[in-house]
Design a protein around this ligand. Structure first.
Ligand code: PLP
Length: 466
């Protein structure tokens, strides 16, 4: 189970060390500073092994990041080789070969015009960089009031102060402060939760109209950027209505608002392409933030693709001494960039093709779970999907359902050999892209059994009546 106990009696030594000294992300105050989560010991391909020796399919690929799978010799080798060649250099005064080569290769994959990269340490710092660049550029261009940021309910963009201020899930803000005055949040583009009696096209029209109204009311002269995950990941794999992203992009263009596509999850093969913006959604953003899959999670690296046009504007301005005072010790880290280059070799060398090949089977295998009475909807695209449980099919209400239903499913699935990412009433699936069709079948079979067992439990406890 999830409490980290190894086989035998009581918590083991490592669990005790973690309980006493380790603080992990997103703890609750009732157990903060006194908690140890289930420990993993090893990984290979799509599998991880836990402290009890159970081999589990890594359903969420770590945290949507282990795209090339666990225990890749070539990624380990390139990391070691780069550490022996040049382990670090200061990006303040020097540069290195892997970051230069990687920049060119990423620019080749990015939508036209996104030909520059600023590297960071992960997704939050990538989002932070994109936003601070927008603020800087508008200061230099003599329009210091054009800095508000528009994001969406349900979105997730990170855990640093400004990136977290964009987040739109209730739990992100219940007990946390944020830079509220800098952010405007629009309605979540979730077709499953659209108002009753409203068709999907009409819903899309309303979402676009809402943005247009906000621009009119607040004034385009005060809005600097719109940021959106092409598919909301942590918000429950929300695939927006057809045409939504392109229409939001057009509004941004009309009003000189920078469109930032947050591809921290959707890039590096998750949707079958290095970047999904253009190839999947026909989008040409001004900036793309990325992280996670860029190194398949083997090294902390992120970055922002930035349109060269934005730099030209600055070079032509009257403030040649204006400094973009922003940079991280580990920007352009040589080891991270070397790993990313090898990871790109793997993606280009067949893994993108494979991901596109198996994604239909992945989606249809999970979609079949909709015949279970507890399941309200299964949705997704590429190799990301979400199984959403509901109290009943008429109201589709998740709130009258036991709120730990995702966790309950995860507990059963772990007994059966699958690690799930529980999200309140949802299970998110985003396995390593290396997953085969028969492994997808294993995954779906276990998930079905886990949901059936959970349904039995809920009925027995009087918490669910279908
Ligand atoms: N943006 C998106 C879309 C994400 O899903 C995440 C993390 O899950 C982030 C940004 C933040 O990335 P990181 O946790 O690497 O800082």
């Amino acid at each position: 189970g999830g409490n980290g106990d190894a086989i035998g009696d009581g918590p083991d030594e490592l669990t005790l060390l973690a309980e006493r000294h380790l603080v992990q992300p997103w703890p609750v105050s009732g157990s903060i500073g006194a908690e140890a989560r289930g420990r993993l010991e090893a990984g290979e391909g799509i599998y991880v092994t836990d402290a009890a020796g159970r081999r589990l399919i890594d359903g969420p690929a770590g945290m949507w990041c282990v795209n090339a799978g666990h225990r890749r010799q070539e990624l380990a080798d390139v990391m070691a080789a780069q550490a022996m060649e040049l382990s670090y250099n200061s990006p303040w005064y020097t540069t290195n070969a892997p970051s230069a080569v990687l920049s060119k290769r990423l620019a080749d994959h990015a939508p036209d015009g996104l030909d520059h990269v600023f590297y960071t340490t992960g997704g939050s710092s990538a989002v932070e960089t994109a936003l601070r660049f927008m603020q800087f550029a508008n200061n230099v261009k003599g329009r210091p009031d054009k800095k508000l940021i528009v994001s969406r309910q349900g979105g997730y963009h990170g855990s640093t102060y400004l990136s977290a201020s964009l987040n739109g899930r209730p739990r992100d803000h219940d007990w946390m402060d944020s830079a509220e005055g800098l952010v405007i949040k629009l309605t979540c583009p979730n077709p499953f939760r659209r108002p009753e009696g409203v068709g999907e096209a009409e819903f899309c029209d309303a979402l676009v109209a809402e943005f247009r109204d906000v621009i009119e009311k607040v004034g385009a002269g005060r809005i600097g950027a719109f940021i959106a995950e092409p598919i909301m990941a942590s918000g429950g794999v929300i695939v927006p209505p057809e045409g939504y992203l392109v229409r939001m992009r057009e509004l941004c263009r009309e009003h000189d608002i920078l469109f930032i596509a947050d591809e921290v999850v959707t890039a590096f093969g998750r949707l079958g392409h290095v970047f999904a913006s253009q190839e999947v959604f026909g989008l040409d953003p001004d900036m793309i933030t990325f992280a996670k899959g860029v190194t398949s999670g083997y090294f902390p690296l992120g970055g922002v693709m930035i349109a060269g046009r934005l730099f030209e504007e600055l070079r032509r301005s009257n403030h040649s001494d204006a400094m973009f005072a922003h940079g991280l010790t580990y920007s352009s880290h040589p080891i991270g960039c070397a790993v990313a280059l090898k990871n790109l070799d793997i993606l280009e060398g067949g893994l993108l093709d494979h991901a596109r090949d198996v994604s239909g089977h992945f989606q249809s295998s999970l979609k079949a779970l909709e015949d279970l009475p507890l399941v309200g909807e299964v949705r997704g695209l590429g190799l990301m999907a979400c199984v959403e449980c509901v109290a009943d099919r008429v109201s589709n209400n998740p709130l009258t359902l036991d709120l730990e239903v995702g966790k309950r499913i995860d507990t059963h699935c772990q007994e059966l050999g699958l690690l799930v990412r529980p999200l309140i009433n949802m299970c998110v699936m985003s396995p390593p892209l290396t997953i085969s069709k028969s492994q997808i079948d294993d995954m779906a079979t276990i998930l079905r059994r886990g949901i059936e067992l959970t349904t039995d439990d809920l009925v027995r406890e009087g918490l669910w009546h279908g």
